[in-house]
Design a protein around this ligand. Structure first.
Ligand code: BG6
Length: 490
């Protein structure tokens, strides 16, 4: 479908997210002809910039990721800057005047997207002013795009939600989870529901466990202040990790509409077995990186990072075992782990199938490996199926593991759009499928809150893993006690 005309207001226009992701993504859409000719962008932020300063900034940001940026000057001519004070009505009135003027100039039909790419403490205030000061009072659509974190726990998320829902109806709120914009995360559903060979096996009769790992090499960088209030559980598990679990575990939707898909995901999150108080250590492991020396380079521990309490109790690593108590998944553990300062930057899902009923090929040196389906989310994009085949030079009783490999990078690689490009395009077209519905947010928080409450009341023995490692050893024990281990396969 054709993208409708729209005015996009970016709050936090001078910030990091806008620069690294939003401007290049908008440019990609522009160049592919996916932005209507009728579009304008207002950059909104505190600094006293001018249109020209913003345009140069946008140009720089685009040129950093794309060398031959055709028509860049035409592209940036659609950008305007409005200095802003988030709690002052006069500021919103000036913004409204500019918006109305651009609405006329570019025939934008009153369609408006308000993108909040800034500190979350202002989300509620901005939404309320947008209504109060008349910015949402137009003929066209009014959509709110809101970055994470959506609250700090269930209670604060409810408060925030109530404030924004006073202004925008649920179907005009686009809560970003950028993992939902990743090509291979979107592929989970297609792999499952467009192939006859997986879905019949996709349950507790044939799957023994599922493992999701999202590891990062970087530490907290300059985000220590935020991260101290968050930790890996809130930063990664509440949103990205649980979203991947929901996509892996959901029932097939009756149609591919946002409503049907999201309601299937909500059911999964509602079926997560709550982990309460003393049970937490049986199901969850937390970690924090300590200093290390990697190839002659000193890496500081988390407690030495900028704006971090030298005695910090914050988790930079989480591993967990999730149980989904429904017919399909009863008895199948979903293991998740994520952390900063680990060995590699990689996100991968491994589905381990149950063993064949008996091993005809058994010899002491010939263990049959289980079948694994690996979904590579990043940096490689693709799927690998691990099978057993006959060892070509050997007897017919000897097997060898083989891999069927599909790599997305080989085919579409160069043009795989970035998550933000897809999500912005979806929002312009009014497709909320790959954004989180309030019900998902609420269920995720209520699951995560029980764990963080328990942890907050217990001092952890931190640091407990070395920067550059795969996390604390307790995370291995979490699987060992169930007879499993973390697969390290490609
Ligand atoms: C963000 C977190 O949501 O996701 C960051 O706030 C994290 O701490 C990032 O680094 C990871 O995203 P990606 O796309 O690099 O895996």
């Amino acid at each position: 479908t054709e993208t409708p005309a729209s005015l996009i207001m970016i709050f936090g226009a001078t910030g990091d997210l806008a620069k690294r992701k939003l401007y290049p993504s908008l440019y990609h859409l522009y160049r592919k002809g996916k932005l209507a000719d009728h579009f304008a962008v207002i950059g909104v932020a505190r600094r006293p910039w001018t249109n020209d300063v913003l345009r140069e900034h946008v140009k720089d940001s685009v040129l950093t990721s794309i060398k031959d940026a055709e028509n860049i000057d035409d592209f940036i001519s659609h950008f305007y800057y409005q200095p802003h004070d988030v709690s002052d009505s006069n500021s919103y009135i000036e913004l409204k005047n500019l918006a109305d003027e651009l609405d006329n100039k570019y025939t934008l039909q009153g369609n408006r997207i308000f993108y909040l790419a800034m500190a979350p403490e202002f989300f509620g205030t901005i939404a309320e002013h947008l209504k109060m000061d008349g910015l949402t009072n137009t003929e066209g659509f009014n959509r709110l795009v809101i970055e994470k974190p959506f609250g700090h726990d269930l209670e604060s998320a409810i408060q925030l939600n109530n404030r924004i829902r006073n202004v925008f109806p649920e179907n005009e709120i686009y809560r970003i989870d950028h993992y939902l914009g990743k090509e291979m995360v979107q592929n989970i559903e297609v792999i499952r529901f467009a192939n006859a060979i997986f879905e019949p096996l996709w349950n507790n009769r044939f799957i023994s466990n599922i493992q999701i790992t999202s590891s990062e090499v970087l530490g907290v960088e300059e985000r220590g202040g935020y991260y101290e209030t968050s930790g890996a559980l809130r930063d990664m598990v509440q949103n990205h990790m649980l979203q991947m679990v929901a996509l892996l575990a959901m029932e097939p939707p009756i149609k591919l509409t946002p409503k049907e898909i999201r309601s299937e995901k909500v059911k999964v999150l509602g079926a997560l077995r709550p982990v309460e108080n003393e049970e937490v250590p049986q199901y969850f492991v937390r970690g924090q990186y300590g200093p290390s020396n990697l190839n002659g380079q000193e890496i500081p521990g988390y407690r030495e990072e900028l704006n971090v309490n030298p005695d910090s109790n914050t988790d930079t690593y989480v591993a967990g075992k999730l149980m989904i108590d429904n017919f399909r998944w009863a008895g199948v553990p979903f293991y998740i782990r994520t952390g900063k300062r680990m060995q590699t930057k990689s996100t991968k899902i491994i589905i381990q199938f149950k063993d064949v009923p008996m091993n005809l090929y058994y010899k002491s040196d010939n263990q049959l490996a289980p079948n694994l389906l690996v979904i590579h989310i990043q940096p490689e994009e693709g799927i690998t199926l691990h099978l057993n085949a006959k060892q070509s030079s050997g007897h017919s009783t000897e097997t060898t593991p083989v891999k069927l490999d599909f790599s997305n990078n080989d085919i579409a690689g160069l043009n795989t759009p970035e998550a933000y490009e897809k999500l912005l395009h979806d929002c312009l077209r009014g497709d909320a499928t790959n954004f989180t519905h309030w019900d998902e947010v609420a269920l995720s928080w209520s699951f995560v809150d029980k764990i963080s409450n328990f942890w907050e009341n217990e001092k952890a023995a931190f640091p407990n893993y070395e920067a550059g490692s795969m996390g604390p050893k307790e995370a291995d024990q979490l699987l060992e006690k169930d007879g499993f281990f973390w697969w390290n396969v490609s």
